[in-house]
Design a protein around this ligand. Structure first.
Ligand code: GLA
Ligand code: ZN
Length: 663
């Protein structure tokens, strides 16, 4: 039996006498794996070079005797006080030039050579110690790289490294001045050593410099992880290495990070107190899983799946009966091969004493424990069958960290958010029960019938050609507002009207535009008027057909959405942000033209998703609501789990199997 369910476990928070009870309860719940030690540096090295791994070895062995394997985390997201006391310079500096001190976590600078020396010493000993331990199967590097490092680190070590990075990229300072448009506001440099980390300015920022800074920060984190992975692989060659991602979070380019991992893991808290209430909508969660699967084009693990009420200083909503299971199986439906719940037992101390686990503070099995037990007993056996399989979508949405960075730097419209924009397109497809992949722009797109590439703001000749080739060969491509605006250095392009060469592909030109600041706009599509938001490209037809027109603004009755046959395919251009209703209807039209399969029909809140092998399809139908629901499937399936076909109890998860549909 493969490993499919686990918990994040902190034995060091509890007396030794309790561990056996934990192991026994875990086994009875169906736990096969724990992650441990990712915040336990002080316990493992209370003073320089004084290693104490015996408590952890004891915990690993005890769990192993119950058939539970261990993933170890390198504890580098929380260096202990004695290191910080000895080397205060490893604490990071924020944008305002303030030091961030010890007392929470993430109080570290990832470029600092002294800190890296501490890590090398510790991780080498740690990896060696557990290299041949039969209870250990793998490693997690650090914890949520990028978390809390948003405006870090501006220290002198980071400054030097940034200068080197720029020198490697540009070669000469003249090339950098050119690429950064340094003629503006007298921002030219004579030498790389004049360039600082982006500390807070009196007014404004250079968008080109900021784009480089964000890419540099991502490279630094990837380098930090790779360097740790090398230490582990050198001393402990037989275990896998993973890292717990945070969905769409963008401090680090997760595609780059994925190249050094055996597989990607993710953390998800749908009812976190910072989320939309009462919880993050399931279509946004689904998009998160799909992008995580896309980072390595492989099934992934959930390293932290929400088990109970979330909370630090304040708390989120309690999870309704069945909700945790529905979210866990949603992860599985989208490609997770294992689900590790955060955390085993609600801890009694520290910042996260209200972050609830499978067990409450009392440590007695209750509602959540029995729900998790039922979940593992019901689904673990099937997960063996579809382990390693992937969904096989006909639609892809293009996702890019660089575009995301560019819109973080200049959102164009104050409410425009790159990921949110992608999710608006995703939501319409998700509601129609159409599986979606997230892909990188330069990926081979030819297997997809429909590719949606929102906000292709930064453009290169290579990417223009790539999109043109895709459509030429028969693909259907959706491009949108703010496409082809800038070059790779975040400088506006000046040699043609928008959207550059892609205007040829779309059969249009965009000589002007309007930002819908503090207002909304309207579009006429068919006979109906719809609301649109944020932006209106003012489009001139150069061979394309108009399929919708603006109904507001001085540009009313001019094209808002266009369609252009090109080669064997079609290029659509959407010059605005469609409101929800228009998005629905326009997507219905496009999937009709592309002949895209839908898995079935059901209300929002009922999710359908598949994982597919060469000959089989596993279909999940998940009720994310507290009400009974009905649905209808397109296709022939046999029910493996569920009460009644075409009907769902509140939060019910049903599983079907069928033969692979021949495309
Ligand atoms: C993150 C971290 C965990 C824990 C949880 C809850 O996802 O990885 O260590 O802090 O959040 O806050
Ligand atoms: Zn630093």
């Amino acid at each position: 039996m493969g490993i499919h369910f686990g918990v994040d476990y902190y034995p060091e928070h509890w007396p030794r006498e309790r561990w056996e009870t934990d192991a026994k309860l875990m086994k009875e719940m169906g736990v096969q794996v724990v992650r441990m030690a990712e915040f336990s540096w002080f316990k493992m090295e209370p003073a320089l070079g004084e290693f104490h791994f015996e408590w952890l070895e004891e915990a690993v062995a005890l769990l192993d005797s119950y058939g539970i394997k261990t993933i170890l985390g390198t504890p580098t997201a929380a260096p202990p006080a004695w290191i910080v006391r000895k080397n205060p310079e490893i604490q990071p500096i924020d944008r305002e030039g303030r030091r961030r001190y010890f007392g929470g976590r993430h109080h570290d600078c990832q470029s600092n050579a002294v800190y890296r020396a501490h890590i090398r010493r510790f991780v080498t000993a740690f990896a060696k110690q557990f290299a041949d331990n039969p209870g250990v199967i793998g490693w997690q590097i650090d914890n949520e790289l990028g978390n809390s490092h948003g405006d870090l680190c501006m220290c002198s070590s980071c400054r030097q490294l940034y200068q080197k990075w720029l020198k490697r990229k540009y070669g000469t300072i003249e090339a950098l001045n050119e690429a950064w448009g340094a003629a503006f506001w007298s921002q030219g440099y004579n030498d790389f050593d004049q360039i600082g980390t982006p500390l807070i300015t009196a007014a404004g920022e250079n968008p080109s410099a900021m784009l480089d800074w964000k890419c540099y920060c991502s490279d630094l984190v990837v380098n930090f992880a790779e360097w740790q992975a090398d230490i582990i692989r050198e001393n402990c060659p037989n275990h896998f290495i993973t890292h717990n991602y945070m969905g769409f979070d963008n401090k680090v380019d997760y595609y780059d990070l994925g190249t050094l991992l055996d597989f990607v893991s993710n953390d998800i808290y749908p009812a976190g107190h910072w989320q939309k209430q009462p919880h993050q909508p399931e279509n946004e969660l689904a998009a998160c899983h799909d992008v995580v699967r896309g980072y390595k084009k492989k099934p992934f693990w959930m390293m932290e799946q929400q088990a109970g009420m979330a909370g630090w200083e304040i708390m989120g909503r309690a999870l309704e009966p069945g909700q945790m299971s529905a979210w866990a199986m949603q992860s599985v439906a989208h490609g997770a091969d294992a689900v590790v719940f955060f955390r085993w037992r609600t801890c009694a101390m520290g910042t996260e004493q209200y972050w609830h686990g499978i067990l409450g503070h009392s440590g007695r099995p209750g509602r959540t424990y029995y729900e998790a037990q039922k979940l593992t007993q019901t689904f673990a056996k099937y997960m063996d069958d579809f382990e390693g399989t992937m969904p096989d979508p006909e639609v892809a949405i293009v996702h890019s960290f660089r575009q995301n960075y560019a819109f973080d730097i200049q959102p164009n419209h104050p409410q425009l958010r790159y990921v949110e924009q992608l999710q608006k397109y995703y939501k319409a497809l998700h509601g129609k029960k159409i599986p979606v992949d997230f892909v990188q722009d330069m990926d081979d797109l030819s297997k997809y019938k429909l590719v949606i590439a929102p906000l292709q703001y930064l453009m290169t000749p290579g990417l223009e050609q790539h999109y043109m080739d895709y459509v030429e060969g028969g693909g259907h491509l959706v491009l949108t507002m703010r496409t082809g605006v800038k070059d790779a250095n975040n400088l506006c392009m000046t040699d043609r009207e928008l959207p550059g060469r892609l205007g040829e592909l779309c059969g249009i030109e965009v000589p002007e535009y309007d930002c819908l600041l503090e207002t909304t706009g309207g579009v006429l599509y068919g006979k109906k008027e719809y609301a649109v938001e944020k932006w209106c490209d003012i489009i001139e037809l150069k061979g394309a057909n108009q399929i919708a027109e603006y109904s507001t603004g001085f540009y009313r009755q001019t094209p808002a959405i266009t369609e252009n046959p090109y080669g064997k395919g079609t290029a659509w251009y959407i010059g605005t942000e469609p409101g929800e209703e228009l998005m629905e209807d326009i997507m219905t039209y496009m999937i009709g033209v592309c002949g895209i399969r839908t898995l079935g029909t059901a209300a929002d809140g009922v999710e359908m998703m598949t994982r597919e092998s060469d000959d089989k399809v596993w279909l999940f139908v998940i009720n994310h609501t507290g009400d009974e629901q009905v649905y209808h499937l397109h296709g022939m399936y046999t029910m493996l789990e569920g009460e009644k076909e075409e009907q769902l109890l509140p939060y019910e998860v049903q599983l079907f199997v069928g033969n692979k549909f021949q495309k």
